[in-house]
Each structure stands twice: as C-alpha cells, then as structure tokens.
Ligand binder design. Structure first.
Ligand SMILES: Cc1cc2nc3c(=O)[nH]c(=O)nc-3n(C[C@H](O)[C@H](O)[C@H](O)COP(=O)(O)OP(=O)(O)OC[C@H]3O[C@@H](n4cnc5c(N)ncnc54)[C@H](O)[C@@H]3O)c2cc1C
Length: 400
C-alpha cells in the first residue's frame, strides 16, 4: 500500500491525553474537518481539533483529486432521483464549493497543482451515450456549461482507445488532494485551531446541549474532553462513534494506482462508465487512475485499506488500451474508504439523538465537490445557529 499523495507524510502535532475542556471540538482532519476547523478559527473560536492518524490520511489524501460538479450520478439521473429543482440546487452547491476551494488556494497560497481544465465524461456503451447527451442538454438548460465532443472533436487518444462520445464540463478542476487539505490545516492552525493528531475518539457521550464527553485514546494514553459543541467530520467512519449513522453511511472501498511520469496525454480529468472508472494526468505527468469497483461491489466494502488484485489487474489492462501507456511503470497502488450515504447526498447538521453534536458526512465518492462548503456550513451553524447548506442536506430527512 503506497498512496502517492501521502508519501513521506506523518503526524506533526502532539497526541492528546488526560483531562481537557473545550467550547468547540472538531473530529477528523480530512477536507471537511480542515474546512470546519479553519472557518471556526477564523471566527475566533479556537477549536480543539482531533484526528486519529494525521491530516489528510483518510479519503482526502487517497482520492483522484477531481474537483467535480454534481453528485456521483449523471445529471439526468440525479433529476430522475431527486427532481429537477433539487438536482439543480445540489449541482449549484457543488459549483459554489469549487469556487470556494479555488479562492482558498489563492488566499492561502496553497501549492497543490490546482488547475481548472474541465472534466470529460466518456460513454462506454450506446445507452450511456444517450444518457450523457441527455445530461448535457439538461445541464445547459439549467445554466451549467456542458459541451458535447464527438467525431474529430473528441481527442484522438480517446478515439484510439475505443470511445466515441464525451461531454466536456469546462468548469471542473483538479488538484493534489493531500497538499490542498494540508494547506488548509496549516491556515487553520495559524488562525488558532489547536490540532492533535494521533488521537482517536473512542466514544462520544452527549448528555445534553453544552455537555458532551469525548473519550480519546492515543500513544500518549487515554483522555477525556468535556465540550459544549462537537463537530464530527469522520465521513466513512461516522457510524463508529455515532450510532445514528451506522445504517445511513456505508464505508465503501476504492482502488487507485499511479504511473511514473509520462509525456502529456490527457488534457483533463476523465470519468467513464457512469463514473466507475476515472483517471487524469497530474502536474508531474503521472497517470492517476482509479475505480472499477463495480467489478466486485460485494467485497469492496468496509474500512480495511487493502488492495483488490483482480480490480488492480483490470485497471492495468485498461491503461494498456492507450498505446502510449503500455510501457509506463506502475509506481504506486493504494485504496481508500469513502462514506456512501443511503440516498447519495451529504448529511449535515445536528445529529438526531445526540444533543450538542453536529456532523457533515456521507459525501458518497464526491467529497471534493461538497466537503469544503460543508465544513464552512458546520462553522456557520456553530456561530450563527443556521446555514442554508445544512438546511439543504439536513440529517432530519432520515429521522423517523
Ligand atoms: C479511491 C478514492 C477516490 C476518490 N476520488 C475522488 C475524487 O476524485 N473527487 C472527489 O470529489 N471525491 C473523491 N473521493 C471521495 C473523497 O475523497 C471523500 O469524499 C472526501 O475526501 C471526504 O472528506 P472527509 O473529510 O469527509 O473524510 P476523510 O478524508 O475520510 O477524513 C475523515 C478523517 O476522520 C478521521 N477519523 C475517523 N474516525 C476517527 C475517530 N474515531 N477519531 C479521530 N479521527 C477519526 C480519519 O482518520 C480521517 O482523517 C474518492 C475517494 C476514494 C477513497
């Protein structure tokens, strides 16, 4: 296991043990937790921020680095599932999320190879072609840019690999995910967040608003934190400490690999086979490729970060459909754990049955499309008591 983005990284802050108190605690240091800690610190609240590994060790440092619009579903399907108006609003939130991330890259000078070259959705079969074309039409009607590429408009490298139709979404982007999140974390700590890595939360006991007990465990020993408010940003792992999420957010594994740098081939991130297969060429020239989870969905579940030999072999087979990549050495292989919510949308806000605890989880494979804004929304909820983003993705939709 060798995640390319995480090479050489380790905890840089001390683990926590003993008895502590805090007004606001943030749990989890992926994109969502970093965004929440930063926004809370900028609001002057000095959150205590706890992470069991190190900043970006979870999905946020193991993904493909796509900054895409929308959910994991193509737009026409999203409309079918949630209706036109809600699909448009959800899509709009992801666009806003991207703009906010781009702003953070600039504001904090984060060196993360951020580029906005768009993304390309490719069809693998005639029915997917039809779905792509319909999605492009609906996107355009709803004010989102979407260009159909077919025939000579589709770059030769895709045509040579057997693809005929694609939809280019010019507003999408890409970045080095771990460097982006670590840049946010650095800004959060500079603004006053108090970060302790290597500190696992083993239990959350919410006795009432303003009275939450957090039990911790680390190499330094066990500990207890009494907090007024707790913001949980642990995505796939939410159910481990909050029973409410145990049957609402499922841990799902994704496989990734990276090659040695090769000559420029792909002009932007690519999504194929309904988003099951994805790849891009990063700023260093490496091909970063992942997915194919649909080959064995029953076993690609759970939180174990293990390789799936069959899926990894199929990924290499696919890579070799591009003649220029047949000799490209594979230098890194890894997996990561996503949190899939039962309805495919993030779940944000107060956690039913746990007074004083709020959460932003369940990003369903598209966390870089929503989690930055979700973290900011958590901070807004703490500071102002409400947030439009939270209203749109509230956990209340699951409460019986
Ligand atoms: C292989 C793969 C490819 C992906 N590709 C993309 C992509 O290209 N674009 C995209 O938008 N999304 C992608 N995703 C999804 C995206 O990475 C996630 O949605 C996003 O990173 C979620 O961020 P997060 O901060 O909510 O969770 P995470 O990054 O998982 O962070 C949660 C943190 O909580 C910590 N934690 C958990 N439990 C505890 C505990 N009890 N105590 C203390 N700390 C705890 C974890 O250690 C972790 O650091 C991909 C995911 C994977 C796995």
């Amino acid at each position: 296991m060798n995640p390319y983005w995480l090479e050489g990284l380790a905890a840089q802050t001390p683990a926590l043990s003993g008895e502590h108190g805090a007004d606001v605690v943030v749990i989890g240091a992926g994109l969502c937790g970093a965004s929440a800690a930063l926004a809370l610190a900028e609001a002057g609240l000095n959150p205590l921020w706890l992470e069991r590994g190190f900043v970006s060790v979870g999905a946020s440092g193991r993904n493909a680095g796509f900054v895409l619009q929308g959910t994991a579903e193509r737009y026409s399907r999203a409309i079918g599932v949630m209706g036109r108006e809600r699909a448009r609003r959800v899509h709009g939130w992801s666009r806003e999320n991207h703009l906010a991330m781009a702003d953070a890259v600039q504001r904090f000078g984060i060196d993360c190879g951020y580029q906005r070259r768009g993304s390309l959705q490719l069809a693998c079969a005639p029915e997917e072609e039809a779905e792509l074309l319909e999605s492009a039409a609906r996107l355009a009607e709803d004010g989102f840019a979407a260009d159909v590429w077919s025939g000579a408009d589709l770059p030769a490298c895709y045509r040579d690999a057997g693809f005929h139709v694609g939809v280019h979404l010019p507003d999408d982007g890409e970045l080095h995910p771990a460097r982006f999140v670590r840049g946010l974390a650095k800004a959060a700590v500079a603004a006053g967040a108090v970060l302790h890595e290597g500190t696992a939360i083993t239990a959350l006991d919410a006795q009432g608003a303003g009275d939450v007990t957090i039990r911790t465990s680390s190499a330094a020993g066990t500990g207890t934190v009494r907090a007024s408010l707790v913001v949980v940003c642990t995505n796939a792992y939410a159910g481990e400490i909050l029973p409410f999420f145990a049957d609402k957010v499922d841990p799902v594994r994704g496989q990734m690999l990276a090659t040695a740098p090769v000559a420029p081939l792909f002009g932007c991130p690519v999504y194929a086979d309904h988003g099951y297969d994805y790849w891009r060429q990063d700023e260093a020239g490496r091909i970063v490729l992942g997915g194919w989870r649909n080959l064995d969905p029953a076993s690609e579940v759970g939180t174990a970060e293990v390789l799936h030999d069959g899926i990894q072999a199929r990924m290499v087979e696919f890579l070799h459909r591009f003649p220029a990549l047949r000799e490209a050495p594979i230098t890194h292989r890894w997996s990561g754990t996503m949190g899939f919510s039962r309805d495919g949308l993030p779940i944000c806000g107060a956690v039913p049955g746990a007074p004083g605890v709020m959460a932003a989880v369940g990003f369903t494979g598209h966390g870089f499309g929503f989690a930055y804004l979700a973290g900011q929304a958590m901070a807004q909820l703490v500071v102002e008591g409400r947030s439009d983003f939270v209203d749109a993705f509230s956990a209340r939709r699951f409460a019986v």
